[in-house]
Write a protein that binds this ligand. Structure first.
Ligand SMILES: Cc1cc2nc3c(=O)[nH]c(=O)nc-3n(C[C@H](O)[C@H](O)[C@H](O)COP(=O)(O)OP(=O)(O)OC[C@H]3O[C@@H](n4cnc5c(N)ncnc54)[C@H](O)[C@@H]3O)c2cc1C
Length: 402
């Protein structure tokens, strides 16, 4: 049984460490380019908390894949390959070296020893034959296999090689795709003070509001940028925010201008009390010890009062606006950054066409892995765990057939 694997990213390389005698095609000059960038160069490859709520897509399909190829099995394979792991904050698994290059080197070496790796070889066409599949590369060279595995990734970080070619290959075989858009990505917001505030970080609570209703809350470091918002809570909330925004809803992000906030009402009461304690101070002197200095300009301009104005000279209406501004500031969403900055693609090959062993129902011998499918995970190692588990599940089926 001959096997061709299209894509030398996370899923393709992991499969290359399980299978033997296959041919792996990678469009770029090296395998695993995206993997090198994962987890800020440290590769957050899984998570202790494998609650399936961290995944988005058809829950039965996702559960079925993990039942066939569990996290424990995947971690045992990494251990057998000699890749030592550790867990860090929020249960995130990393290589003990804290270098993504260790993961790539271990996976590349193992895949090379067992299979033929062809780099700079982009597969541009796939045809079904009577006995298998016919692949054609960018130079027009053709290759015939009994079984083919598409592990082409999605569209996120196209510079790493995944530019959405897998969608074209899947479409050419008549497969249905769902709506595709960037995920785990920074958001654009409308705010008159963005340019002035760029670079300010706030550690605290972030609320996502859709059509004025609270959808979710996250805790962490929010970074204000010249285009909008970034930081872990923004990346965590981006999927829900972008889906709602694309559906035409009004999306807002709410956070306090004070650090360390978990509850906006308590913060309102707190700043109210503080105001009366420092009632003889100017607005500027009061804010100096409370918030990042760049927020002083925002507050004075929004209230339309001079910085030197004494708190005791503000009318009650202004004081209430001050407390609201400080405790729960709102920025409306106006878009999001592109696939160049995104960590994942939301959407992909519709999984109703795929078995939990990753074989395409109408195309025996054709398998689809990883991000190319309409499944995505939260930030925290879930997307790589999906890539590994899909590879392992497919391997079990391919092994059975051979
Ligand atoms: C900056 C960044 C950081 C991330 N950090 C994390 C993290 O810490 N933890 C986590 O879980 N997830 C992370 N992710 C997401 C994770 O990297 C991906 O979900 C995962 O790599 C997907 O694996 P894949 O094998 O499906 O696709 P990819 O890893 O994208 O690999 C696809 C490969 O196929 C090749 N290819 C595509 N089409 C063809 C073709 N036609 N012919 C030949 N070759 C082709 C591409 O060049 C590429 O090498 C991150 C993503 C990015 C962009």
């Amino acid at each position: 049984m001959t096997v061709g694997i299209v894509g030398g990213g996370a899923a393709g390389l992991f499969l290359g460490n399980l299978i033997e005698g296959a041919t792996l095609f990678e469009g770029r000059d090296r395998v695993g380019k995206k993997l090198l960038a994962t987890g800020n160069g440290r590769c957050n490859l899984s998570n202790l908390d494998m609650d399936l709520g961290h995944y988005h897509g058809d829950p039965d399909f996702i559960q079925g894949v993990f039942q066939r190829a569990s996290q424990e099995e995947v971690l045992a394979i990494f251990s057998a390959l000699g890749l030592d792991l550790l867990t860090e904050e929020r249960g995130r698994y990393y290589p003990r070296t804290l270098q993504a290059s260790s993961v790539v080197n271990v996976l590349r070496k193992g895949a090379e020893e067992r299979n033929t790796l062809l780099t700079d070889r982009e597969i541009c066409k796939i045809r079904k034959t009577k006995v298998g599949y016919d692949l054609e590369d960018q130079a027009g060279e053709r290759y015939f296999f009994d079984q083919v595995v598409l592990a082409c990734g999605g569209r996120a970080m196209p510079a790493s090689g995944s530019r959405g070619q897998g969608y074209d290959l899947a479409r050419s075989l008549g497969l249905k795709l769902t709506d595709i858009f960037p995920g785990i990505v920074q958001v654009k917001t409308e705010d008159p003070f963005l340019k002035h505030l760029a670079g300010v970080k706030i550690d605290g609570r972030l609320d996502l509001l859709v059509d004025g209703k609270l959808q979710s809350s996250y805790q962490g470091e929010i970074l204000i940028t010249k285009y909008g918002l970034s930081g872990p809570p923004i990346l965590d909330t981006s999927r829900q925010a972008i889906s709602s925004y694309r559906a035409g809803s009004k999306v807002d992000f709410r956070f306090s201008l004070l650090n360390g906030v978990t509850n906006f009402q308590e913060t309102y009461d707190y700043v109210e009390e503080k105001t009366y304690q420092h009632f003889h101070k100017s607005l500027e002197d009061f804010l100096q010890g409370l918030v990042h200095k760049k927020f002083i300009h925002l507050v004075a301009k929004t209230l339309q009062v001079k910085r030197e104005t004494l708190l005791e000279n503000l009318d009650y209406q202004d004081l209430r606006r001050l407390w609201t501004l400080l405790s729960a500031y709102t920025m409306p969403m106006s878009g999001h950054l592109s696939y160049d900055q995104a960590q994942v693609t939301i959407g992909g090959v519709d999984t109703s066409q795929i078995k939990t062993n990753l074989e395409v129902k109408n195309h025996p011998g054709l398998y689809i892995l990883g991000e190319l499918l309409d499944v995505d995970g939260d930030c925290g190692g879930y997307n790589l765990q999906w890539a590994w588990s899909t590879a392992l599940s497919a391997f079990k089926a391919i092994k059975k057939d051979s």
